[in-house]
Design a protein around this ligand. Structure first.
Ligand code: NCD
Length: 336
């Protein structure tokens, strides 16, 4: 693994599979009464969020705490400083405080790269979503969820090789789509982007994926369907005629769900706009793994933090230590 996780392209297939396997080991922790390992005790993880977030920020916080790291949450929204200055000053401050990892979400594409590559900090930088660019830990948790459902999680599992994944909706503004496409290709899956022509990025030919404007023709072949939110906050023009028209052509409703194969799962990174890209009955249906994606997000982010910061021992060793602590009455007392 590289020192930073800025892009899904930073991960080789071996790296990505190591994260997924480590997450699989760590996931079992969620089912235990004491959800804590001492692996990152004494390390400091800073959550630096310049943009709104519910799931991602809480998920990183839960992940860091479950590994016994100290967590500092810094919500920088509303700063009046210009972006460059504010990021530099903030980075220098965090450096002075001895942050080991900085988890950054920023509205500007490339902000995490700037933080990692300027020498302002020695911390590991993890991109938690930058503008319309990338969101690599979301891609990892999505791949992990697919891996578990589509038969790849076991040691002898077939992985995602040849699996057909449809990413549907506002691909143009979606950092989730870009990171997913990169990672899923690394893991051998076949990706189809489904969107109106106005919501496919220029240069998508270079993504090594198929594209389609026709959702109904893609659904019967898909093994997983990921619906993307229309990123209204990033739109400065009209990209489709009306919300109704968009939902009719690109929304997932129960009629369309009937086109899916029996094993096909429905995903969404959240936040969902029910009634727009997905209807409530689909979101709450048996096929939907949307809530599980959130659970898996914590395990995957634990794996990423562990591998970037601790990673000298295999996660299994940490797990053994946990078992040992688990049976002791004063489990990791200071941080429980
Ligand atoms: C996504 C994001 O912020 O990029 N959400 C997330 O991190 N779970 C997708 C979105 O905002 O639609």
């Amino acid at each position: 693994m590289k020192k930073h996780l800025l892009s899904a392209a930073d991960l080789t297939r071996d790296d990505a599979e190591l994260v997924l396997r480590t997450a699989e080991e760590l996931r079992s922790l969620a089912d235990r009464p004491i959800k804590k390992l001492p692996a990152l005790r004494g390390r400091t993880v800073v959550n630096l969020f310049f943009e709104d977030s519910t799931r991602t920020r809480i998920s990183f916080e839960a992940a860091a705490k479950r590994l016994s790291a100290d967590v500092i949450n810094f919500s920088a929204k509303g700063s009046s400083l210009s972006k460059g200055e504010s990021l530099k000053d903030t980075a220098l401050t965090l450096e002075a405080m001895g942050a080991d990892a900085i988890v950054i979400r920023h509205g500007a594409s490339g902000a995490p790269h700037r933080l990692a590559n300027t020498g302002w900090t020695r911390s590991s930088v993890i991109n938690a979503g930058d503008g319309t660019h990338e969101h690599p830990t979301q891609a990892l948790l999505d791949a992990f969820t697919m891996w578990r459902h589509l038969g790849g999680a076991g040691k002898n599992g077939g992985g995602l090789d040849g699996r057909r994944i449809a990413l549907v909706g506002d691909v143009l503004h979606s950092r989730v789509a870009r990171s997913n496409a990169l990672l899923l290709r690394t893991l051998g899956a076949e990706v189809t982007l489904v969107a109106p022509p106005t919501l496919l990025p220029v240069g998508v030919e270079g993504w090594d994926v198929a594209t389609s404007y026709d959702l109904d023709s893609v659904l019967p072949k898909a093994d997983a369907v990921m619906m993307l939110r229309v990123q209204a906050e990033r739109m400065n023009a009209a990209f489709f005629p009306t919300v109704r028209e968009y939902s009719r052509r690109y929304g997932l409703d129960s009629r369309r769900m009937g086109l899916l194969q029996d094993h096909t799962i429905v995903m969404h990174p959240g936040p969902m706009v029910r009634g727009m890209e997905i209807t409530a009955d689909v979101a709450d249906s048996k096929r939907s793994v949307i809530v599980e994606q959130v659970t898996n997000g914590v395990a995957v982010r634990m794996a990423v933090l562990y591998l970037l910061l601790g990673g000298s021992e295999p996660a299994g060793a940490a797990d053994d230590r946990h078992d040992h602590h688990d049976s002791a009455p004063a489990t990791d007392g200071a941080s429980q």
